[in-house]
Design a protein around this ligand. Structure first.
Ligand code: IPD
Ligand code: CA
Length: 268
């Protein structure tokens, strides 16, 4: 079933809004951890599952043939259109009642992301982007900060859940910190990428984000003029994802390459 990027974006906004409303309405004062995934700190709540089910149901109803890749529910095969779903990006923030958690929905056509919606629910902010159509928040077109040197850059980052990954991330961060204005760790990769788009930070880098963490926010940031990629000219990936205006992207990724950040401490 054909649809334009703008139509897919509009549908994604509807679905992300509905999921956000459900999550706000149903979030108990102290959500319980249902189970843990890659480590004891990598948590899933019942509402991560419920939100993904709601989102999958809405996609099925509106566009029955579409494929879906979701953080909690895995892969549903389908046609040329595929939805990339993170029902709650920033689950630890959700658990603690901190405001940076988001419903993140991206839509690919033939493997290319053409629509991205990040609903940062507690903040009431719905970031949207469609390929070639710009990035938007509350009717305003977004532009990332340009012309910022690394030494003046406010840099967002995040950490994985496994100790062996964090040990190296801490090592790398200790070398990045003296070279930049400051660091922010908000707790949602999707929201971090939207923060780059909105000029609330100058750059983002992280080892470990999954496709569902960066697919929608990545389109929002790139439609706002940022470059999204990996190191040494590679694509963004769980190995390393970097995002900033082009000049800063080069400087930050150049520094990161010297720190050999795409590794984990062995054993854990
Ligand atoms: C996590 C968040 C966090 C990032 C982690 C992600 P989750 O996603 O985006 O900011 O540092 O890499 O796994 O687990 O809250 O969906
Ligand atoms: Ca996530």
């Amino acid at each position: 079933m054909g649809a334009t990027p703008a139509e897919l974006t509009a549908l994604a906004v509807e679905i992300a809004t509905e999921a956000g409303e459900m999550l706000l309405a149903k979030r108990p004062a102290r959500p319980e951890v249902l189970e843990t995934k890659s480590s004891p700190t990598d948590v899933v709540t019942a509402l991560d599952r419920a939100a993904e089910e709601l989102i999958r149901g809405r996609i099925r109803r509106a566009r029955p043939g579409d494929a879906v890749l979701g953080e909690e529910g895995g892969v549903t095969e389908g046609g040329a259109v595929r939805w990339i779903v993170d029902p709650i990006d920033g689950t630890v923030n959700f658990l603690y009642g901190l405001p940076d958690w988001a419903v993140s929905l991206a839509v690919e056509v033939d493997g290319r992301v053409v629509a991205g919606v990040v609903n940062v629910v507690p903040r009431g902010e719905v970031f949207t982007a469609s390929l070639g159509g710009g990035a938007w928040l509350a009717g305003e077109r977004l532009r990332c900060n340009e012309g910022v040197p690394l030494s003046r850059a406010l840099v967002a980052t995040g950490f994985g859940y496994r100790p062996g990954r964090r040990a190296v991330q801490g090592e790398v961060l200790a070398k990045v910190l003296p070279e930049v204005r400051d660091i922010r760790r908000a707790g949602s990769a999707a929201a971090d990428l939207c923060a780059v788009a909105a000029g609330r930070v100058d750059a983002y880098y992280e080892r470990g984000p999954q496709y569902w963490d960066y697919a929608a926010g990545g389109l929002v940031a790139s439609e706002a003029g940022a470059r999204l990629g990996g190191l040494r000219g590679g694509p963004p990936s769980p190995e390393m994802t970097v995002c900033a205006a082009p000049g800063l992207f080069e400087e930050l990724s150049g520094l990161l390459v010297t720190l050999d950040p795409e590794r984990d401490r062995s054993g854990d």
